[in-house]
Ligand binder design. Sequence first.
Ligand code: GLY
Length: 369
Amino acid sequence: MEWIKESLERLEDKLWAEAGRMGDKIPYIAEDGRYEKDMRDVNLSWWTNGFWYGMMWQMYQATGREGFRRAAEKGEKALDLALENFEGLHHDVGFMWMHTAVANYRLTGNAVSRRRGLHAAGLLAGRFNYAGKFIRAWNLDKTGWMIVDCMMNLSLLYWAGQETGDPRYCQIANMHGDTAMRELMRPDGSCNHIVVFDPETGAVAEKPEGQGYGPGSSWSRGQAWALYGFALAFLHTGRQEYLDTAKRAAHYFIANVAMTDYVSLVDFRAPKEPVMWDTTAAACAACGLLQISDMVPAEERELYRFHGERILRKLTEAYCCWDAERDGILQYGTAAYHRQEDRHVPIIYGDYFLTEGLLRLSDKAFMIW
Ligand code: GLY
């Protein structure tokens, strides 16, 4: 389709220009069209530090241009210090090392990259709480916390299990997935962001608000993590209940974005005013919808493909900055409902999911998860 072809050309031009400007910087949010801050100076363990490199691997794989590969390789070494000082890391090590080391290993067979990926998988597995059967979120006093975001990190465990032949990685991922299905997902297809367990007994203590509007509301990026995360869990395990959960999350997401012309509000159950968008949720959900479309029987495929494509088209046409002189592509990303400083800004993971989505639509995506 013409719009996909044109979007991919613009994407390649823009990412090529950004890669030329990036140097060794790890980017996060573009401010006034520039990635000024280097996340190596701000927080090397920050959860988004892999996405730029994931984008670079995607583009290298799609175009074969060596400049993308050189840009992709830069992050992995920089993150070694975070692995070494592991106390700053948490459940999001999947985002960080799937997009760097594991991507590198899958594409080039680099043995050092494989070791880095397995090291990160060991850290993730080590966060498992046996009483509650969940991978704990974040650090410090949050010993009993489980969050929906972690569904996206399970792929690192599935990969490590396959790579080593050790079933424990997969067992931990599945136990976490089962607990998430029971405690995070709601019967109507929406989800909680957080569940707090008693870390000693595993009993559920509370389900507080997270990055959405409030307790019981519906944070759209969390919904996208559930949609795509359960789809990936099905991909790696073939367990039908994971696909059914992903589909329920998808139906709920589709119904909600259809009300707002295919762009997601930050929270689907927040008051009508003020209107706040999070395009990153829509981009991530679109990738999940395309993944579901690839895994369901032929007669169901169009439902998921149609909506995934529709979201990506809307984002591409109305929410992207394609000026190659400016950093940051997908505008109107929002990190959390109640935080002002990173509201309606271009965030690196929005650009990653936009890139993956557009490449998926043209059958050029690399399976990074
Ligand atoms: N994983 C953190 C977030 O989605 O903001």
